[in-house]
Design a binder for this molecule. Structure first.
Ligand code: GLU
Length: 307
């Protein structure tokens, strides 16, 4: 285990913080703070048009309201294009990328990281273009840039879900590093930032678990150390239904009108299995007792929010 664990919370501010985000922030925070580690906040607004600064600021204010503290400055992905560009150049110079002119590429690249499961495997149409053909096509429209992945198994041990394996070519396919509109994809940005920020532990939703082998492979190509990964179970409502982002009463706009920060943290801590009954708690109160061994692996059921 590293001497000083470094964790992070990396929200995409395309809407107000949701209970699922808050749970993720809470567990990421408790995991490192309980071991005297550092906690970083990174705003994943690489898709800047979808993530206005006002929403990022709202997210920061909400985290403060809940009692989170973080080390150092907040990092904004939208300000780091040059850094992602340099990483892409390295991959291209080493022959790992190719331009892709398929229009479907744009559609696929718009998929959120949590759509990894349903993503279509790219059939490598553009990997077969000659340099001359690619140059001709580039006159008509700018290409997306894809990473060529090998038919290789990538494995890791998840902190909660145990051993995981994915065959890159079969299960995910050549994925997009930069979209045809010039915006960098989630996979490249997250790998570069986790490495350059010295992150040793990534805690995030189970819906992104399938992105991890891709990120491990990118880390290897770029010569970065890999952090440990803990993917957390899905949060479901008191009836066992999956929470949806469109469910407005579960974001902070509605919740903050009805509950104090301590009440919200108490509901989340109870759902995760950290406290035996629903009661108001602060993050500081949860730190001394925190252990992943106490966290549930099955879907995390919220208490009823009915008054
Ligand atoms: N920005 C992603 C999200 O909000 C999280 C990515 C990650 O933690 O690696 O879903």
């Amino acid at each position: 285990m590293p001497e000083c664990p470094v964790g992070r919370f990396a929200p995409t501010p395309s809407g107000r913080l949701h209970l699922g985000n808050m749970l993720c922030a809470m567990l990421a925070y408790l995991s490192v703070r309980s071991r005297g580690g550092r906690f970083l906040l990174r705003i994943e607004d690489v898709d800047a048009p979808r993530c206005p600064r006002s929403l990022a600021q709202q997210c920061i204010d909400d985290l403060r309201w809940l009692g989170f503290t973080w080390d150092g400055e907040v990092l904004y992905q939208s300000e780091r294009t040059e850094i992602y560009h340099a990483a892409l150049d390295r991959l291209t110079a080493a022959g790992h990328t190719y331009p892709c002119f398929c229009t479907r590429a744009q559609l696929m690249s718009l998929a959120a990281p949590n759509q990894g499961d349903t993503q279509v495997i790219y059939q490598r149409t553009c990997a077969r273009l000659t340099p001359e053909e690619a140059a001709e096509k580039a006159k008509l429209r700018p290409p997306a840039i894809r990473l060529r992945v090998p038919a290789e198994e990538v494995s890791f041990v998840d902190g909660l879900f145990g051993a995981q394996t994915e065959n890159l070519a079969r299960d995910c396919g050549d994925f997009i590093l930069r979209r045809s509109d010039g915006l960098y994809g989630y996979q490249l940005a997250v790998v570069v930032d986790d490495a350059l920020q010295g992150v040793t532990e990534v805690v995030r939703g189970r819906d992104i678990l399938t992105a991890t082998p891709r990120q491990l492979y990118l880390q290897r190509l770029l010569g970065y150390a890999s952090p440990g990964y803990v993917h957390i179970p899905l949060l479901v409502d008191a009836q066992g239904r999956r929470l949806a982002k469109r469910d407005r009463d579960l974001d902070l706009t509605a919740l903050a009108r009805r509950f104090s920060p301590e009440e919200i943290l108490g509901m989340l801590a109870f759902s995760a299995g950290l406290i035996p009954e629903v009661r108001p708690v602060t993050l500081e109160q949860l730190i001394p007792e925190f252990a992943w061994a106490n966290c549930r692996r099955e879907d995390l059921r919220l208490p009823s929010l009915e008054p």
